[in-house]
Each structure stands twice: as C-alpha cells, then as structure tokens.
Design a binder for this molecule. Structure first.
Ligand code: PEP
Length: 269
C-alpha cells in the first residue's frame, strides 16, 4: 500500500446558520472537545456566514481552526451590490473560500466559468479555494458522472499553471448526496476520487496529482465518516449538518485525524 502524505482536512460550511452571538459558544464546545485529541497532523476549518466572520475570527484566533468565506466575487471592488471580494475575506481573517457549492449553482445561477474567475482571484489574493465539484442525480442516472467532473475541473482550473493547482482544495460533493439522508457509497466515492486523481495526473503530472487534496462531502456523519475517510484518495471530509453541532464536528475531526495517522504510517509499496 502507498503511504499518503497529503495533509488531511476536516471542515464545515455553516450555510445560513449560526449568528454572531452563537459563535463563541460553538467555538468553546468544539475546542474543548478537540483539545483532548491530537489533531496537529490535519487542517481544520469552519466557513461561517459573512456576518459571523468577525466573531469566528475572534473565537478561533490562535487555535488550529481556520476560517473561510462561503463565496466571493471575482472582482476586487466596484459596482457589485451585495457582493464580497477576496480581499474583504482576507481582512476578515479568512484563509479559505468555498467556491461552486451546489446551492450557489442551483439557486443563484453561478457557473463554472464564474468559478474559474473566482479561483484565479482567490489564489492571487492568498486565499485557498475549496472548489466544489459534483454531478446531479440526472448526470449520475445517465452514467455521465465522470464526464461532468472532468468538465467542472477543467473549466474551473482553466489558465492555472500546474504549480498552482495543489493550492486549490478539491471537494467532491455529489449534488444528490448533499442535504440528503445517505452519503454516496464508499465504492462510488472511491471511483470518483480515483477519476479526479487520474485527471489531475494526466493534465498536470504525477507530482501535482499526489499533492492536491480531494475532500469528500455530502451527508457525512460520525457514523459513515471513518469508512469514507479511510479511502486512499479521500483526503478529508467536508461536512454540513452533522458539524453544526460542535460535538458532531469534533467526532468527525477525530476520525479524520485517526485516518491521516493510519495512512501516513503505511509502508510504501
Ligand atoms: C454541503 O452542503 O456541502 C454538505 C456536505 O452538506 P451535508 O453534509 O449536510 O449533506
């Protein structure tokens, strides 16, 4: 078995939940829980709504939990009412920005062409994009999942030099598994992650493919987390509902940390 050295990640997007006054309590409970385990080998993040970023920056400052935005505009400033720029996220203390979440695509008309511009701006501003990818139920039904993933990655990363690709975190989130009652099966996730890894290898070379992290998201829970994150090409978990309860998130964080240790300890093939 091959040793995996990619730094694993556990993160959550809060969507439109957790107002500023609720953040200190969440942070205190989460930090209390994860404080007892060794999470030094993994990267942790929470993505609060914009109005809770300041509270999150204060609550998580000096802790291993980084914060990020759930979206941003591709321009730096200008007449874009209601939007937030990459620099504004940096001002708010963000290290990450989530791009192309399925709810942005579905409800707000975002496209991967927009996302391509956002990836570029995020990287240029020093943010790490968490780039969501995933097929719809209809794509899956007609057997087109891998083609859709290939198109999404190619479009979103168009114009990026190979050296920059590992600075992007890919998050495979099948759209039909988000907000549902069941995650994708391990077999299905393993196949999609292998497809994405192979695509990176073909396009950017083995070194880039080996260094780029690919997370899984979509109905992850503390119950299914260990099996999903044990998969070779799954470099961490991106969690919605199950992490809005800090104890649930702490449990998933511990599972990711365990998997990262197990993978790093494997003997090379
Ligand atoms: C998400 O919205 O990105 C997500 C993974 O949500 P959930 O875990 O609730 O399916």
């Amino acid at each position: 078995m091959t040793k995996v050295t990619r730094r694993h990640m556990a993160g959550t997007g809060w969507k439109m939940n957790l107002r500023a006054f609720e953040v200190p309590g969440y942070a205190q409970r989460l930090l209390q829980q994860i404080g007892t385990g060794d999470t030094s080998a993994i990267d942790l993040f929470v993505l609060p709504p914009f109005t809770s970023l300041a509270a999150a920056a204060a609550a998580f400052g000096g802790t291993p939990v980084a914060i990020g935005g759930q979206n941003m505009h591709w321009e730096e400033h200008g007449a874009w009412t209601g939007e937030i720029s990459a620099s504004m996220l940096v001002d708010a203390g963000c290290r990450y920005v989530e791009l192309a979440h399925s709810e942005r695509l579905q409800h707000f008309g975002e496209t991967y062409e927009h996302v391509c511009s956002k990836v570029d701006r995020a990287l240029a501003t020093g943010l790490t994009p968490i780039l969501c990818l995933g097929e719809t139920a209809e794509d899956r039904r007609r057997g087109g999942s891998d083609d859709v993933l290939a198109w999404q990655v190619t479009t979103a990363l168009a114009g990026q030099p190979a050296a920059r690709v590992p600075d992007v975190v890919l998050a495979y989130e099948p759209r039909w598994a988000i907000g549902g009652s069941e995650a994708a099966s391990c077999e299905y996730v393993a196949a999609r992650h292998a497809t994405l890894r192979a695509l990176l290898r073909d396009r950017y070379g083995a070194d880039v493919a080996n260094r780029t992290r690919i997370l899984y998201g979509g109905s992850v829970t503390p119950r299914n987390g260990p099996d999903l994150v044990a998969l070779d090409d799954v470099d961490g978990l991106f969690v919605g509902r199950a992490a809005w309860d800090p104890e649930g998130f702490a449990q998933i964080v511990a599972e990711v940390a365990d998997a990262a240790r197990a993978k790093a300890g494997r003997s090379g093939s």
